[in-house]
Write a protein that binds this ligand. Structure first.
Ligand SMILES: [Zn+2]
Length: 249
């Protein structure tokens, strides 16, 4: 999501399967803030590890999908989550990225959330293999949501549920047709193919309306200032992007 940040000397750098990863120090700060609802130090630590692994797996999904289409990329984890950035390669005297077809863009966008769903499936399988009981709960009473109850005390259950919650809930949130979430890219590339003239504008309208509705749902029904702020901001950014389009068509 969002933009790249310059390197700092506190960056954590490593490589997974040939894909460079950089973790900006603000990533940890935001992870701590998001986890600070718990007053149990161990659970905050669990939360940070779960968020780190989950966002990394999500971005690796994007990165492997890029690689499938011959496009190298690197991963940045920073204050607003994760980002998979396509690498520019020397091309005809300058630098360029591989130009993907709209359907390839859609595949790359979907690969992130679905990598998370796959991870959630593996966590469920691991839980079941360790003797846990899988039951179906629901998110906000609407979205079916599997949880695994472990027999050996509650802390393992908490870890599994945090993993499932982050990957399933954020995966679904990411699929919403709001810029610049993955679902926003999917809706853009679907609509541009259907209507090259107005597709981008329509996708921005969908982003503004969905973002606005979710901001209201967040504050009124879910009592989440964070969700209201995030989607309110994204709706406003989409509105600004649409203003930028005026006159270009
Ligand atoms: Zn993504």
């Amino acid at each position: 999501m969002f933009q790249a940040t310059p390197p700092t000397r506190f960056d954590l750098r490593f490589t997974i399967a040939g894909i460079p990863v950089r973790v900006h120090p603000l990533f940890w700060l935001i992870a701590i803030l998001l986890g600070s609802g718990s007053n149990n130090l161990l659970m905050i630590l669990v939360w940070i590890v779960v968020v780190f692994i989950s966002i990394l797996i999500h971005e690796l999904g994007h990165a492997f999908a890029f690689r499938r289409f011959g496009q190298p990329s690197h991963i940045l984890l920073h204050f607003s989550g994760g980002l998979t950035i396509p690498e520019s390669m020397p091309w005809g005297g300058g630098y360029a990225t591989v130009s993907l077809t709209p359907n390839q863009h859609i595949f790359v966008s979907l690969a992130g959330p679905f990598a998370g769903f796959l991870l959630a499936g593996l966590i469920l399988a691991l839980g079941a293999a360790l003797g846990g009981e899988i039951i179906l709960s629901s998110l906000f009473g609407i979205i079916p949501f599997p949880v695994v109850l472990m027999p050996y005390g509650s802390s393992l259950t908490d870890i599994f549920i945090t993993f499932l919650w982050v990957n399933i809930f954020w995966g679904i949130i990411n699929l919403l047709p709001v810029y610049p979430l993955d679902g926003g890219h999917v809706s853009r590339y679907i609509l541009i193919q259907r209507d090259p003239w107005n597709g981008l504008r329509i996708s921005l309208w969908i982003s503004i309306i969905t973002g606005g509705v979710l901001a209201v749902v967040g504050i009124v029904f879910l009592n989440s200032i964070y969700m209201a702020f995030l989607f309110g901001l994204l709706a406003f950014q989409s509105y600004q992007m649409m203003q930028g389009l005026t006159g270009r068509y």
